[in-house]
Design a protein around this ligand. Sequence first.
Ligand code: PMP
Length: 404
Amino acid sequence: MLDIQAIRADFPILTQTVNGKPLVYFDNAATSQKPQVVIDAISNYYSTINANIHRGVHALSQLATDAYEVSRQTIQKHINAKHAYEVLFTSGTTHGINLVASGFGKFVKAGDEVMVSAMEHHSNIVPWQMLCERTGANLTVIPMNDKGELIMEGFEKLLSEKTKIVAVNHISNSLGTINPVEFIIQKAHAVGAAVLIDGAQAAPHLKFDVQALDCDFYAFSGHKTCGPTGTGILYGKEEWLNKLPPYQGGGEMIKEVTFAKTTYADLPHKFEAGTPHIAGGIVLGTAIDYLNSVGFDAIQAYEQELLEYGTQKLSEIDGLTLIGTAAHKTSVVSFNLQGIHPYDVGAIVDKMGIAVRTGHHCTQPVMDAFCIPGTVRASFAFYNTKEEIDALVTAVLKAQRMLS
Ligand code: PMP
């Protein structure tokens, strides 16, 4: 059982008022709030050990390098990667996916297929479309049913020896669906395809084990997992990272440079050109430690309670349609009010101090599939409460009265 009041006390931003009302932050799928230990760790880094890493003999540089590499090990352990050098620091999920898609042209030729799903974030569609444009490969799309669940028979039908990579999200950001990634990985591997999992929405909510999943790549964002913005992780299996060409050229990623030829550094540095977000990388480790101290089992159980409560209370509102009613969901409730644009609902509930997201949530194909312009999305985190959900219900009812 979580002590929610103690947890809330870890997040200084939650004590604020917005528009004269206590802040209710339900935009966690966009970015999470940060606990005080994370905020302090950023300040502490710049106050005590700030220096460039990996290339200094001086004491501060070594301290910063050690802290950066300790964080990499923290994350390695957290996701159960076999080696720390399979854990690459990135600026976020988008960066991780682009890193893979950019180099993957080496393994794809005209007529091959690159597979995504009907419920991907644009950042797990566009880099693959760009790959297809460069190579003449075709994009195929795993279909989805009207509950917002991927159709596995459709997936298996699409899968063939032409499929070179399957890129699919672990959890959908606009629907909350938890996808059967174990099954997808197993079937994709059976035809020789690699698999990239977009874990942007999974990493904040559940513990995953990249070796047990057997995925080839797993990308997530630090800022959604209580860490700083501009941070993220790309896990890649050693064999893939060795085969994949570097993403960016520059300092840090080389072994030797002459005008005739450059040789690349060993993993992970081959994919970490230039000065990284050092403070961010270090503090991402702090954020992961914090989440583990709360405990992912407890987080998941509590967020499931919030999901059930929120789903129940919101669906009691006349004229409210839930978008995304999958059997396996995380704590995202997307909805629309009949005859009312989602933006207008968002603007009114904001006046009552409640932060929700409105729009297509960077998943335009999902909105097209449901024939809607967008949704209102309330996404709950482990520091939210049922009382806050009650406040949302009151605000939505008020918006409905005002806008009908
Ligand atoms: N994939 C999913 C499922 C997401 O929810 C997001 C963020 N909304 C991204 C990818 C992109 O993450 P970032 O903007 O942190 O790179």
